[in-house]
Design a binder for this molecule. Structure first.
Ligand SMILES: O=C(O)C1=C[C@@H](OP(=O)(O)O)[C@@H](O)[C@H](O)C1
Ligand SMILES: C=C(OP(=O)(O)O)C(=O)O
Length: 453
């Protein structure tokens, strides 16, 4: 677990004094926004992203594409072009010949550091990638090795990681390639997203142990198909662990970005923890987002949900049951689920998530350490966490520059007075207005501990 720089700002997490009853409009999906930006940048004609997520990860993606020559105009569109919630925010993406030299700051965004090197290989000059210290530690070898095998020149000083320079040659041969994507599904998504623009397309074969986050690969495939690409997948009767994208032009789309269902997790958890009710408007009826699994997961933990025209309404009873689940498909939901599990009335075992050790921080170590420092009993297993609920007490919850650690801490704070969350601003990675949304949801049913250092 990387020690984050010292942060002195401690956010007093509000404690719920009653059952929440709220409607929370969750901003757009990070994963959909960043895929939408990449596909729009590679298209043969301009396109729109409506209701995009505006957060650190998506602004880094937009800035990086702009650095390579893509036009991205941020507009507040008229109501005739408006979005379901009436905000009317829309981004117009105007593709162009991709240029180098360019510099890309990936921050600590997995989607930027993995999805853009293949795009840079199509540019006509060198593109330098750098990012936060943690980005140097996150796996990238799958993308680097695959791009080299497909014809790209990359200078990474033999690190297999950031920082690096992709020497774009204006085109990439492409073709078949084998990768081990057991440390991140984003390796597969990265190659598929640009694959239609390679001379021979791309055929990605995953070799290695279990692949995490399959819903995110399905999201990539769905969005490619919606942009006109032909994609063969294991699900469509193809070979297991093989995805193929045929070479073709991509269409410019008019895409309305769904709300980020993974970022709905802390709000739905609030219903469970307080025995209240939370509605998330615009919850899609069909989606590839892993957050959709929250309906099943939180129902198994003791609540119930209903999908209506108003959105997804989740209702808790105040009683939380422990969970025994393999979360490898939905790993990014783990921090909030672990927080809820720490407040349950029985033990939980969360499995299949060893790869979380390579996320924004080592999430398994961080969750165990921070929940235990509040009096909990969490142990790391080889591939997950065992959580035995115990009465918790207040204290500082360190967040290691990890947005999902901060939202998990807020969930604990609902039931545990005196939780103070270090650097809550780190939620800006995917959910910049988190403290405001959280206070808004709680309305009058909250009490905030006086901040103490
Ligand atoms: O492709 C995506 O948008 C994502 C894939 C997943 O990554 P991993 O497969 O590395 O877990 C997920 O955890 C991440 O938050 C977003
Ligand atoms: C793992 C995550 O992010 P990234 O896209 O940086 O991999 C996450 O958001 O939980």
């Amino acid at each position: 677990m990387t020690q984050s720089p010292a942060h002195t700002d401690l956010w007093p997490a509000p404690t719920a004094t009653g059952a929440v009853d709220a409607t929370v409009t969750v901003p757009g999906s990070k994963s959909v926004t960043n895929r939408g930006l990449v596909l729009a940048a590679l298209a043969a004609e301009p396109g729109w992203l409506r209701r995009p997520l505006r957060s650190r990860d998506t602004l880094l993606m937009a800035e990086a594409l702009r650095a390579m020559g893509v036009g991205i105009e941020e507009t507040v569109s008229s109501s005739s072009e408006g979005t379901p919630d009436g905000t009317g925010e829309a981004w117009r993406v105007i593709p162009a010949q991709l240029h180098g030299p360019a510099t890309v700051d990936v921050g600590n965004a997995g989607t930027v550091m993995r999805f853009l090197p293949p795009v840079a290989a199509l540019s006509d000059g060198p593109v330098r990638f750098d990012g936060d210290p943690r980005s140097y530690e996150r796996p990238l070898h799958g993308v680097i090795d695959a791009l080299r095998a497909l014809g790209a020149r990359i200078d990474d000083n033999d690190r297999g990681a950031l920082p690096l320079t992709v020497h774009g040659a204006g085109a990439l041969e492409g073709g078949p390639v084998e990768i081990d994507a057991s440390s991140s599904s984003q390796f597969v998504s990265a190659l598929l997203l640009s694959g239609a623009r390679f001379n021979q397309g791309v055929e990605v074969r995953h070799v290695g142990s279990a692949l995490p986050s399959l819903p995110h690969i399905r999201m990539t495939v769905d969005m490619l198909r919606a942009a006109g690409a032909q994609v063969d997948t294991p699900e469509a009767g193809g070979e297991p662990d093989v995805w193929r994208v045929s070479p073709s032009a991509l269409l410019g789309r008019d895409l309305v970005v769904e709300p980020d269902l993974s970022n709905a997790a802390p709000f739905l958890a609030a219903a469970l923890v307080t025995g209240g009710r939370v509605t998330i408007p615009d919850w899609p009826e069909h989606t590839t987002q892993p957050g959709d699994a929250l309906r099943e997961i939180f129902t198994a933990m003791g609540g119930s949900c209903e999908l209506t025209d108003a959105g997804l309404t989740f209702t808790g009873t105040g009683r939380i049951t422990g969970l025994d689940a393999d979360l490898h498909e939905v790993g990014e939901l783990t921090p909030v689920i672990a927080a809820v599990a720490a407040l349950a009335d029985s033990e939980s075992e969360l499995r299949g998530i060893a790869h979380l050790r390579l996320h924004e921080t080592d999430r398994l170590a961080a969750l165990a350490k921070e929940i235990n420092e509040l009096g909990g009993d969490v142990t790391e297993t080889a591939d997950g966490l065992r959580i035995r609920p115990r009465p918790l007490h207040g204290g500082v919850f360190h967040t290691y520059e990890d947005h999902r650690l901060a939202t998990a801490a807020a969930v604990l704070g609902l039931a545990v007075p005196g939780v103070r969350v270090e650097n809550v601003a780190t939620t800006a990675k995917t959910l910049p207005d988190f403290p405001e949304l959280w206070h808004g949801m709680l309305g009058s049913v909250a009490e905030t501990a006086a901040p103490r250092a």
